[in-house]
Design a protein around this ligand. Structure first.
Ligand SMILES: [Zn+2]
Ligand SMILES: [Zn+2]
Length: 266
């Protein structure tokens, strides 16, 4: 069965009970690399060497600062020392330079070989993800312009389609793709008293869901604490058909239309 595991569902402030937003498809495809990426993978017994593909949405620290740690572990603590497979990294033009610079600042002298031989750098805006049943299209979204923000339309071989919107406020590029999606993963980075073109607040999420009644909306990059936690912001009241993801939730895709959401508690 194909699945998406949510290894984190918090915004940049990592609210109580939530690590930074992070999604993993079929244990092989990561979307973004937050600072605590290694901790997040270990919590669910996934070795960093198992990751074959890494898709970047944009250049904010909560989405990219884990990259040097991922490279460090893959280079120096591989799962199986004879089996160092290159990592496919997908980003916009300039991503290789940004991520290499980050590695050189973080671990000078330790990752040069791995950046040259251990990564296949990809800039195409659409492609198959080799060795998986998924293909992707990258599209621009509305977020801090300096971070070159994008989302990913992920299409499974069955036709099941997930729209991962990265960090974004409401925008027409999400609207036009949502009509073909089964599931939309939407960020909700700010509470209702904040109105920003760069993020969805709870009212924006509710309005989006009303405009797309056939689509299942999964909320991540949440500004509120998780259930069973306190401190920070309270969990907003959203209609029952909108699912506010929590760390450890798994979207299990059953066929081209059917899915369910379970939770692994840790
Ligand atoms: Zn973010
Ligand atoms: Zn961001």
């Amino acid at each position: 069965m194909t699945e998406v595991l949510f290894l984190g569902t918090g915004n940049a402030f990592s609210p109580p009970g939530r690590l930074h937003a992070l999604a993993l498809l079929d244990r092989k495809v990561l979307i973004d690399a937050p600072p605590t990426l290694l901790t997040q993978l270990r919590k669910y017994s996934i070795h960093p060497s198992e990751i074959n593909h890494l898709l970047f949405t944009h250049w904010h620290a909560d989405h990219m600062f884990g990259f040097p740690f991922l490279m460090l572990e893959r280079e120096w603590m591989p799962y199986n020392s004879g089996d160092k497979k290159p990592l496919n990294v997908y980003s916009r033009n300039g991503g290789k330079e940004i991520l290499s610079h980050l590695c050189k600042i973080g671990f000078p002298g330790s990752l040069e070989t791995s950046l040259n031989n251990g990564v296949i750098w990809n800039n195409e805006k659409e492609n198959m993800l080799k060795g998986t049943d998924w293909k992707f299209y990258r599209f621009p979204v509305s977020h801090t312009p300096e971070t070159d923000p994008h989302g990913y339309e992920l299409i499974h071989s069955t036709g099941f389609t997930i729209l991962h919107c990265g960090d974004s406020g409401p925008c027409h590029t999400i609207e036009e793709r949502a009509v073909n999606a089964n599931v939309v993963i939407l960020e909700m980075g700010v509470p209702d008293f904040v109105s920003s073109p760069n993020h969805h607040n709870p009212s924006d999420v509710i309005e989006f869901s009303k405009r797309h009644p056939k689509v299942k909306v999964l909320v991540t990059h949440n500004f509120s604490h998780s259930s069973g936690n306190s401190g920070g912001f309270e969990i907003p009241n959203l209609p029952d058909d909108i699912h506010q993801l929590e760390d450890g939730d798994i979207l299990k895709i059953i066929d081209k239309k059917k899915f369910k959401i379970n939770r692994i508690t840790k």
